[in-house]
Write a protein that binds this ligand. Structure first.
Ligand SMILES: [Zn+2]
Length: 524
């Protein structure tokens, strides 16, 4: 969930002067698709999942292109089409094709372009495909032609396949998880693109293209082990600005990769771009080695336990309150369906939670039919609802819940109508549509008081700031679902050979593949 940041968070310095032979006001197209989608979630992300921006609305999505900013006037910007979705299940192939066709048509109708800002996440799974961004990059490149410089902005949970690498010229990704620098990263991609276009090329478009040193690192870790606030990720990411200060380097980036798709491209990557072949090769291989050597040191950002273990702590006499339990396997902001019933089923079977001696809040499951039935019954009525597991029936199917309707709230943009059903002190939120619960107001608007609850259970991974502040204590529960944090029990079958921890005995060479797009060979 990204808020629009304040202007002061935008950090790039002034553009370099226009060199002789450089382009004073290049034409730059903008387009892309941004989603991370789990192939382990049965949820399908269709047209309704995407916000598609075009034209002025798309340009306004990038405040660094607002009128008056240096970048705004440094190019003729041509915003085409961009689709963005919350994380979810794999994308419907028709939905993908429609967005891709719209981007390609925009390029053909409004080109030619000197540059292209390719704004993607990098972990889009499309049903029937194994490298959606590689496919999209190829289509964009074919439409643009060979001379257009493509600069790509990505999430560090994206993957850099060979196809993607070969079609674009510049690649960068976030350096912070949580992604506080999401907009800075997009600005950096645009800034680097302009710098290349303004530089001298002597009339030779090939010279504008930087060299790329690309090193796949066969390690695949869940996001909850790779927060850049903690070592070893913090130290690895701290290398990048230092590398960029070296002569002959344009950008240095590290991708953690996306753990919840079963595709051969899913692993970590290091890419350093620039003009000095020796330096970018050396630095990319050095950081890749650092990552590989640290692979066993990545640990969960919080105490983890099974749900039973988390409940034992939350129910103990001296437990701090409110005690927050993260139901991490079905986290909708990582791609979980959001209607896995396993955890709620376990809670309903606990006498201590339903006997009225404690206040427990559970956020949430979505089920439009259960919501409709509750609305028909009305607040205060006792009903039996069948809820959840319509998308992901997981280890438990739909649940029968008999309880009293505590509240009904209409009109939430994400959730639609929301119902709270109380079974003793166990208050479960059922929403019409999928919604992540990150803020205390998400609870308060339903008449719930999280600060005075004993236990709060949320489908989330690491706690978002308000929940983190709420929690007197908390446990990341390793629950089942489409984004199960226990990767080894998910059953990946299509990863590349030797990826840790699936294959703990690997010993990769970690040799950079170095080249410039269009050169005869990509080999070093
Ligand atoms: Zn991410």
């Amino acid at each position: 969930m990204n808020a629009r940041p304040d202007a002061h968070q935008i950090w790039m310095g002034p553009l370099s002067p226009i060199a002789e032979g450089g382009l004073a006001r290049p034409r730059i197209g903008i387009g892309g698709i941004s989603i991370e989608s789990s192939t382990f979630s049965p949820h399908v992300s269709g047209d309704e999942a995407f916000t598609v921006r075009t034209g002025a609305e798309l340009r306004a999505y990038y405040p660094f292109l607002d009128a008056g900013r240096e970048l705004a006037d440094a190019a003729e910007w041509v915003p085409l089409v961009h689709g963005r979705s919350l994380p979810g299940g794999a994308v419907d192939p028709g939905t993908y094709r429609r967005m891709k066709d719209a981007i390609v048509a925009g390029i053909r109708e409004q080109g030619p372009f000197d540059g292209f800002f390719f704004d993607i996440h990098g972990a889009m799974s499309v049903i029937g495909m194994v490298d959606a961004e590689g496919d999209l990059a190829r289509a964009v490149r074919n439409a643009l032609g060979p001379d257009t410089l493509i600069s790509t902005s990505m999430d560090l949970h994206g993957n850099v396949s060979e196809a993607l690498r070969d079609e674009v010229d510049l690649l960068t990704c976030y350096r912070m998880a949580p992604h506080e620098d999401w907009l800075n990263t997009k600005e950096r991609a645009v800034h680097s693109l302009l710098a290349r276009l303004r530089g001298a090329d002597g009339g030779d478009p090939l010279r504008r293209r930087p060299l790329k040193a690309w090193v796949p690192v066969p390690v695949l870790l869940p996001g909850e082990k790779t927060s850049t606030r903690l070592e070893p990720a913090r130290g690895i990411y701290a290398q990048l600005p230092e590398i960029e200060k070296l002569d002959g380097v344009v950008d240095a980036s590290v991708w953690i990769g996306y753990a919840w798709a079963d595709e051969p491209r899913c692993q970590a990557y290091v890419v350093v771009t620039g003009d000095d072949r020796e330096v970018i090769t050396r630095e990319s291989e050095r950081v890749a080695r650092m990552f590989w050597d640290a692979r066993e040191d990545f640990v969960f950002v919080a105490e983890t336990a099974t749900l039973d273990g988390a409940l034992a702590k939350a129910l103990s006499a001296d437990a701090a309150r409110p005690y927050v339990i993260s139901d991490s396997g079905d986290n909708p902001t990582a791609g979980g369906a959001g209607d896995v019933t396993w955890t709620l089923g376990e809670l309903l079977e606990r006498t201590e939670l339903v006997d009225g001696t404690r206040m427990t809040l559970v956020a949430s499951i979505f089920d439009s039919e259960a919501v409709a039935a509750a609305v028909q019954a009305g607040v205060g009525e006792t009903v039996t609802l069948t809820a959840g597991a319509r998308v992901d029936d997981g280890p438990r199917g739909p649940l029968q819940i008999t309880g009293q309707i505590f509240s009904i709230t209409d009109g939430d943009l994400d959730a639609g109508t929301q119902v709270v059903i109380a079974v003793g002190g166990l208050h479960t939120i059922i929403t019409q549509r999928r919604k992540p619960f990150h803020r205390l107001d998400d609870f308060r608007m339903l008449g719930l008081d999280p600060e005075n609850a004993d236990i709060v259970v949320v489908k989330i991974g690491y706690l978002e700031p308000e929940l983190y502040d709420l929690a007197a204590d908390w446990t990341l529960a390793l629950t089942p679902g489409g984004v199960d944090q226990d990767l080894l029990r998910l059953g990946h079958r299509h990863l590349a050979a030797g990826v840790y921890p699936f294959d703990p005995a690997g010993s990769p060479a970690l040799t950079a593949v170095v080249g410039r797009r269009g050169e005869e060979s990509h080999a070093c």
